[in-house]
Design a protein around this ligand. Sequence first.
Ligand code: TYD
Ligand code: MG
Length: 455
Amino acid sequence: MKKKTAFFCQSCGYESSKWMGQCPACHEWNTMVEETVTKSSGSTNDRIKNSIDAPRVRPATLASIEMVSEDKITSGIGELDRVLGGGIVKGSMLLVGGDPGIGKSTLLLQVCRNVSGAGHEILYVSGEESLKQIKMRAVRLGDFTDNLKLVSETNLDTITDIIINTKPEMVVIDSIQTMFNETIQGAPGSVAQVRETTGVLLKIAKTLGISIFIIGHVTKEGAVAGPRVLEHMVDTVLYFEGDTKGAYRILRGVKNRFGSTDEIGVFEMNEQGLREVKNPSEFMLSGRPENASGSVVTCCMEGSRPLLVEIQALVCDTNFGFPRRQATGTDYNRVNLLMAVLEKRVGMRLSNSDAYVNIAGGMKINEPSLDLGIVMAVASSFRNRPIDESMICFGEVGLSGEVRAVSQVAQRVSEAERLGFKTVVLPEASLSSVKASDKIKLIGVKNLVDAMELI
Ligand code: TYD
Ligand code: MG
């Protein structure tokens, strides 16, 4: 074994032999930090020679591999199971990322409560809080059984020993950035530490069939320290997002080896911890203003689930020669582009107006079907005419001002119907993919000029 140092990008885990001001992989500045690495010595040739002496592994044919349906343990939280694709797979490794204070520890403690209540043995390892602090939190979350064991520890060797001796079915590591491995140089949270520690845990998960949840903090740049490295290694990556000051939280699947990735789970934080929001559309639309211009409801798809959201726009005269534009919850450049289309194709003089576009409720959405809603909201605010409250609209807008077809139209229409909307404005080309119903009126629009007549 030979000791050497290398420079690692703290944002994406890129490794380089020399220092650089900017990381060539993720283009972040000043993120390269020198860390000691222990590399096994020996050239590729030596390794090939050694492997010839090693016991042979025989490749298998697909037909010879036995099928076992993955054992899934339900987390007892419907919204989490949905994101996981049914439940927690035995022997899988899951990464839960998110900003500090968003509710990662709370969520996992609630999972521990449900899963240990169902008779499974769990070990909760906290490197951040003392046992007393965890107890204080747990008291607010309800009753726990003795199947849950807690330990406040950061030394990986000690943790490994405990896991091997007690053989729990599930382990929670809170958080990976506080754990350290004595054989690796470098402070806890450094790329080398995070990677090596995860590697050891991964081996435990796969060989002993223990499901391991790893909590990882997101740094200011929006990535868990050394996250790319972690994302490859684990089976499932979930990110918890939302405004820490607002009440609701969104759990988003980013990677999932056992299910689909674009499902989201919606939660609300209250005094008893996180509560599932079963009806996110209703939640997102609560508090909608009455008869206000610049407000329109649209329907976007989050995985297999349609979600109604309100788009708000405020257009006002600009005070300085240069108009101000702002987009909250959606793509700023897209908003600028749509306003240019409105100006050119509809003849709306927006170049002397400031415009602010906001997705109410704090959701972040970047789906093309949002275009028509943004355009309608901006036009409604510009003309100061409210849009019919019982109407929703969706559709992609092209550069010639045409309204283009979107996918999963039937689901969107039925969600609008379920929530009592009376009219749906949609691309004309999408009309054929949805059955007419007498409960809801469908208006197909070909281009923005058609759509503007509805305001
Ligand atoms: P926490 O799970 O500690 O966040 P993380 O582990 O992601 O850093 O969440 C902490 C926040 O949640 C804290 O601001 C208090 C709030 N909270 C509640 O509002 N209700 C509760 O029942 C609990 C346990 C926490
Ligand atoms: Mg925490």
